[in-house]
Each structure stands twice: as structure tokens, then as C-alpha cells.
Ligand binder design. Structure first.
Ligand SMILES: Nc1nc2c(c(=O)[nH]1)N[C@H]1C(S)=C(S)[C@@H](COP(=O)(O)O)O[C@H]1N2
Ligand SMILES: [Mo]
Length: 318
């Protein structure tokens, strides 16, 4: 039997039961061979195996707690979800996504790039340093949260594949597996769930390829094993459980634009002055709070992103 040292085991592997058992086996054998000197090492390894903690995550000081905010609870993130592949009620995905298989998992990065590549999810954890970033998260349905996400800028991945000059947009394709996702039987969206960004948006330092939250690997219902978080846009721009990233020349037609072109636009920047066809976007309910608060232009990230939309009619390009 191949004995792997715990230090060879990726943080992302801790979640899988076989790796957990392999680790236990190693510990037992190593202890038997006298490779482990004292108990502290054992205890430390055990602690790593619990709760699927992500190792080596560094808080990025540039994206610490926004002024006047406080974190939502992990249970609020895990318990109130939009993930239509697992049902349309907020409380469906926490139950229905339990069985989502997140290993093995690959992301194919393709299209107008010089170096198309298929990344194994476990290689992705090592592609760039894992950062914790506290972002406001605003759903188009006018509720919001403040979440400590873990990931790295999507630009790190984009650099690896070297987009060609004609790559103007990036399309994200997420998992659509009928065997695992009961929601696919409903016609509410044209599956797979797809999303997209303009190239400058995709390269923007705020745009986070997200692998975790609250120091842990992403819960299944929140888009394990990898999703997008684009904090100045409505939450639906952040596709969950991504399997393909495609670089294209033309603006991709996203799942929500196809479902309701009058209600959802490609840009979907958070904008309190441009209402949804059926409700106001001027205010929002922060999960856990009683009264509503005003929605901030670009969700409070205007200083960093407004220049990308200079001169654009934001009511037309909503
Ligand atoms: N694949 C997929 N991604 C998705 C969705 C979905 O239904 N399917 N819902 C979107 C919407 S509308 C929102 S608000 C966020 C919700 O993320 P959360 O449940 O982790 O808060 O995920 C987005 N990503
Ligand atoms: Mo949403």
C-alpha cells in the first residue's frame, strides 16, 4: 500500500472519506513504526481532518470587513440558498445537494485561448495562494449577506491559459447532471446554468474564483467545489459548481437572460436606481436584520469598478 504523509494530502482532499481513512491508516501505521514522536502531532493532524478546514488561507487585508458591516452567520449562508438544480425553495439545496459528488471534478478551460487546459479540482487549490476576502453579497431578489469567501482572483487562472486577442467575454458553464440534480426536471431554466463576464470584468482583481467560505471548503449547497463570486453584481452572476470556462468573442447568452430578457441583463451590476421589472432594487434585507437598508451603487465597490462602465447607459445595459 502506498503510504502518503499527511503533508502530501491536499487541503481539498480532507473532505473525502477515503482520504480521511487513508490519513487515519497512515497515522496508525506511522505510530506503529514509531514515526510519530508524540501525541501533539497526531492531535494536530486529527484537527485538520475535521470540518474540512482549508489550510494556509491568508486574510487579504485589502478586503477585510467593510466599514459598518458585520459577518453573517455560516448557518445563514448554508441554510438560505439559491441553487435551482436542487430545487427552487431556499431550503431545498441544503437538503437536496447533500449527495452532490464533488470528486473527481475537473474544470475545462477552453475557447479562444493559446493554452486550453483541463484543471483537476485538487490542482486548482494549489494554483495560487488561497485568500480570505470579506465581501458584501447582494441577491437580485433584494436580500443580502456579508460573507468571508476563500479563493483567488480568477485572473490567476486566466493567465495560465493565455487568452487570444479575440477573447472578449468569458462564459461559465456549471454542472447539469440529471442523475444528481432533481431540479433539472423543471423547465425554470434552460440547463446547464450558464453565466458570463466581459473580459475586463473577469480580469478585475475583485472577481474571485471561490473554493470556500468561513475557512472551510464550499458547502455543496453553496456551489462546491468551485463557483464564482463577483461582488459588485447580483448574486446570480456567480455560477455554482463550475465545470467549464470558455473564452468567446461574442457576449454569451446567459441562462437568466434566456429565461427573462426583460428582467435580467448580461451586466446585472448592483444598482439601486435601476429597478427589476417586478420590484425595486433601492433597498435590501440583510439576512438577520429586521429593517431594510439602502442598496449601495455597485454594492459599495464603485471606487473599484465604476470606471469599467464609464459612458454606458446603465438603464439600457442593466
Ligand atoms: N448553478 C447555479 N448557480 C447559481 C444559482 C443556481 O440556481 N444554479 N443561483 C444563483 C443565485 S440567484 C444566487 S443569489 C447565488 C446564491 O448563492 P448562495 O446560495 O451560496 O448564497 O447563487 C447563484 N448561482
Ligand atoms: Mo439571486
Amino acid at each position: 500500500m502506498l503510504i502518503r504523509r499527511p503533508s502530501d494530502i491536499l487541503p481539498s482532499e480532507i473532505n473525502s472519506e477515503s482520504e480521511f481513512n487513508a490519513r487515519r491508516d497512515w497515522l496508525k501505521q506511522a505510530a506503529g513504526l514509531g514515526l510519530i514522536a508524540g501525541l501533539p502531532a497526531l492531535a494536530a493532524c486529527d484537527a485538520q481532518a475535521q470540518g474540512a478546514k482549508l489550510m494556509g488561507v491568508k486574510p487579504n487585508a485589502s478586503y477585510a470587513m467593510p466599514a459598518g458591516e458585520k459577518l453573517n452567520k455560516f448557518d445563514e449562508l448554508k441554510g438560505y440558498c439559491n441553487y435551482y438544480e436542487f430545487g427552487t425553495d431556499k431550503t431545498d439545496p441544503p437538503v437536496m445537494a447533500k449527495s452532490l459528488k464533488t470528486r473527481p471534478w475537473t474544470i475545462s478551460v477552453e475557447g479562444e485561448v493559446l493554452k486550453p487546459q483541463v484543471f483537476d479540482i485538487d490542482a486548482l487549490y494549489k494554483l495560487a495562494p488561497l485568500e480570505e476576502r470579506i465581501y458584501r453579497f447582494r441577491c437580485v431578489e433584494a436580500w443580502s449577506m456579508v460573507i468571508p469567501w476563500v479563493g483567488f482572483p480568477l485572473s490567476e487562472l486566466i493567465k495560465q491559459v493565455q487568452p487570444k486577442g479575440n477573447a472578449k467575454y468569458v462564459e461559465f458553464v456549471t454542472l447539469a447532471d440529471k442523475a444528481q440534480m432533481p431540479g433539472l426536471r423543471s423547465g425554470v431554466l434552460d440547463w446547464p446554468y450558464t453565466e458570463g463576464l466581459r473580459m475586463d470584468e473577469a480580469m478585475h482583481p475583485l472577481t474571485l474564483l471561490t473554493l470556500g467560505a468561513f475557512g472551510e471548503m464550499l458547502p455543496n449547497q453553496n456551489g462546491a467545489p468551485v463557483r464564482m463570486i463577483v461582488p459588485w453584481k447580483y448574486g446570480f452572476k456567480g455560477g455554482k459548481s463550475i465545470v467549464k470556462i470558455r473564452f468567446v468573442e461574442k457576449e454569451p447568452r446567459t441562462a437568466w437572460v434566456k429565461a427573462g430578457p426583460g428582467e435580467y441583463g448580461f451586466y446585472s451590476n448592483v444598482n439601486p436606481t435601476v429597478d427589476h421589472a417586478r420590484w425595486s432594487q433601492a433597498s435590501e434585507r440583510r439576512l438577520g436584520e429586521f429593517s431594510k437598508r439602502k442598496t449601495l451603487m455597485y454594492n459599495g465597490y464603485g471606487d473599484q469598478v465604476a470606471s469599467m462602465y464609464a459612458g454606458m447607459d446603465l438603464a439600457k445595459f442593466f
